[in-house]
Design a protein around this ligand. Structure first.
Ligand code: ADP
Ligand code: MG
Length: 691
């Protein structure tokens, strides 16, 4: 591939600047797409790329004048436009003593000469403002005219030392001399099916489109290409796991599973049964499982996880159950013990708060296999934690773990079966496109008898009244304060103060306080007291956000609700409505901004985790949700997976079509595609050798 220095005007210095933009070859440059465009067509309608303040046209110089201000040199040119109106163009130059900063301008703008001028009106809102802040100008005989005015003109992201004008001339040059070398990587049948432009046409049009319609076509083609390559890469990565067989093996004896099921006190929902079967099938298979279970808050993921863990234990293997917070890990520990102690199964809890001494005993028992299921926070994946024969890891609320933690886990547990669970569902297309290396199971219904949680935006006074009513009915209440960072001493003080102040407002009612900075034993005691109804109203920070399960709690008040994100509000609210009693959530707010108002409205209107997930995706962007923002896996040059989700859908469909037709992409018509795929993704993720 031709080096960028092959282009006219690009020497060592400029090449360095290009390198800063990740442009090393001419081909890189051709794939460096404009950030946006400037509509410099004469008579361009106001619209997508043209604004009231934009000026672009031919002007005749009437007079020019240099003015010395205090520290600036000002250059003023009176112009006559083609509309016969008089305009004034102004430049401001920093004063230098070495040379006359205005000299080049003075030499250029000779009275009577004509120029193309591109700039902005000084007064952005006035159509009739005739003061121009000049951005670019070209004498009418300039050879640069062609790529800089009178058309849809590209604007690129720059780096210091490169100008739009220079970049445009490089692109024009590259298109003229090197476009022929650009290979078509997409199979012709797909291009035809989707009505997409050929690669050369698309690249040309993305830089210098002749019309908005052509630009749209070019974009669609390039976005499709990016998405198809990405989703193929994910898919190939996923197939990698089928190459290596796992060393451990399960046998389904139901020795523990049957008594567990019989002692539950309820029967599984059809969804739970379906998902458990999917999991078992994966576990019994010769290659390691990577399955994601998504199910809304309260859909009963924990018992599904326990079933999987029991299959491991039945088979003489160990299981690990990892949760994002200590309080949730503790609760899982309590739940598992409730069901599994009677069966004689040994469990243990490991968090960062476990004392050194306890930890050592625990690690010994883990290494000799005495502990059958280890529950804990990410302390589980530390280097020193060694199992005797780990078969399965369950990760609860997987989206709460960072990318790094997940990567570490994956490394640690190469051939181990992995089950991730989440209550933040990912829209189907995204799941298919990005979780190519995960199989997804969905728990689609809530257990029978659940009533929808009603949610209201109201005042604190009203909410407290409702809390008292609930307590008088013998039900329990959460009041949540937004302490996001548990180590923030000031905020912690505020929460504690609110708690003290509230005591007066709830005379004769048993109150409790729980927050993340408390000692594990204290927290456990509080949770047990709440579960045993010794506490009626529990003041809490978002430590209770995930997983906590107390069926008798029917009211939740969320203070400063505007400070929570959509997913957090939904999760928090999921702490109530866990039994068969009607439950209500009250949102109390201060200082509502427009965007938080929108969030509050959505939360009041729907309990559908899928809808909320989609809205959240729109508001926060995909990186946050899919947890891959840092890893760069979702960075696209042209595409935006939310804006262009229809194209994404095509890409996913066509990926499946391709893979079905030509599993290893060995057909000659796919060789260019395969080459590009390897070139793009080999470094990022060493793909399997497709041979
Ligand atoms: P989540 O999916 O949010 O993790 P949990 O696993 O905590 O939900 O389950 C919520 C509550 O529903 C728990 O109290 C659990 O015991 C109960 N539950 C789970 N499955 C069923 C079922 N099939 N029928 C009735 N209750 C169930
Ligand atoms: Mg849960």
């Amino acid at each position: 591939m031709a080096n960028i220095r092959n282009l006219k005007g690009v020497g060592e210095a400029k090449a360095k600047l290009f390198a800063a933009l990740d442009i090393d070859t001419v081909s890189d440059l051709l794939h460096y797409y404009p950030r946006t465009y400037s509509d410099r067509r004469k008579n361009a309608p106001l619209g997508s790329f043209k604004h009231i303040e934009d000026i672009c046209g031919c002007f005749k110089v009437l007079s020019a004048q240099g003015i010395k201000a205090r520290s600036l040199d000002i250059f003023k040119v009176m112009l006559e436009g083609e509309d016969k109106q008089i305009y004034e163009a102004v430049w401001f130059k920093k004063r230098t003593f070495k040379f006359d900063s205005l000299l080049p301008l003075r030499q250029t703008f000779k009275t009577g000469a004509w120029f193309w001028i591109v700039g902005k009106r000084e007064n952005k809102n006035s159509f009739t403002d005739r003061k121009i802040l000049v951005e670019e100008y070209y004498p009418l005989d300039s050879t640069d005219l062609k790529y800089n005015v009178d058309a849809l003109i590209p604007l690129y992201s720059l780096t210091k030392g490169l100008t739009q004008k220079f970049l445009r001339s490089c692109q024009a040059n590259a298109l003229q001399n090197y476009l022929v070398d650009e290979e078509e990587v997409l199979p012709l049948d797909l291009l035809k099916k989707r009505g997409l432009l050929q690669s050369k046409q698309a690249i040309k049009a993305i830089h210098f489109p002749v019309s908005m319609a052509e630009l749209e076509n070019a974009r669609r083609r390039l976005i499709y290409e990016e998405f198809l390559l990405m989703t193929l890469a994910f898919n190939l990565k996923a197939r990698q796991k089928f190459v290596v067989q796992k060393k451990h093996k399960y046998t389904l004896t139901k020795k523990y599973l049957t008594p567990f099921k019989n002692n539950l006190g309820f029967s599984f929902t059809p969804s739970q049964v379906k998902v458990i079967n999917e999991i078992f099938k994966d576990m019994l298979a010769p290659t390691a499982m990577t399955r994601l279970v998504q199910g809304d808050v309260g859909s009963g993921k924990t018992v599904v996880a326990i079933s999987a863990l029991l299959l491991a234990v039945e088979s003489g293997l160990q299981g690990a159950f990892m949760a994002p917070t200590e309080i949730l890990a503790t609760q899982h520990f309590i739940t598992l013990n409730k069901y599994l102690k009677p069966l004689g199964i040994n469990t243990a809890l490991l968090t960062s708060k476990t004392t050194a001494k306890e930890r050592q005993t625990l690690l010994n028992k883990l290494a000799n296999g005495e502990i059958q299921i280890l529950i804990g926070t990410h302390a589980l994946i530390e280097d020193k934690v060694e199992f005797k024969n780990l078969g399965l890891i369950v990760i609860d609320e997987q989206h709460r773990f960072g990318v790094k933690q997940r990567a570490k886990l994956r490394q640690k547990a190469e051939q181990v079966d992995m089950l991730s669970m989440t209550a933040t569902p990912i829209p189907r297309t995204f799941a298919l496109a990005f979780y190519g290396d995960l199989d997804v199971s969905t728990i689609s219904e809530l257990p029978k008898g659940r009533q929808e949680i009603k949610t209201f935006h109201t005042s604190e006074t009203e909410a407290f009244l409702k809390a008292k009513e609930a307590v008088s009915r013998g039900e329990q209440v959460y009041i949540v304060y937004p302490l996001i960072d548990e180590s923030d001493k000031l905020e912690l003080k505020a929460v504690t103060a609110e708690f003290e102040a509230a005591k007066i407002k709830f005379p004769g009612i048993n109150l409790g306080l729980i927050h993340g900075a408390m000692k594990p034993k204290e927290k456990q005691k509080i949770m047990e007291d709440f579960l045993a109804k010794k506490i009626d109203i529990l003041f809490a920070t978002p430590v209770i956000e995930v997983g906590i399960d107390v069926k008798n709690a029917t009211v939740m008040i969320i203070e400063n609700a505007e400070r929570f994100g959509l997913a957090s509000l939904h999760q928090l609210r999921g702490r109530i409505g866990r039994g068969d009693k009607a439950s209500t959530c009250y949102l109390v707010t201060k200082n509502l901004s427009t965007i938080s108002k929108e969030r509050i409205n959505i939360i009041c209107q729907t309990c559908d985790g899928f809808k909320i997930g989609e809205k959240d995706l729109e508001i926060r962007g995909p990186g946050e949700i899919l947890g891959t923002r840092q890893s760069g896996e979702l960075e696209f040059k042209a595409g935006d997976i939310i804006r262009d989700k229809d194209v994404l859908k095509w890409a996913v469909e066509d990926r499946d079509y391709l893979v079905n037709k030509d599993f290893f992409l060995t057909l000659p018509e796919h060789s260019a595609l395969k080459r590009r795929l390897i070139e793009l993704y080999q470094k990022k993720w060493p793909l399997i050798d497709l041979g």
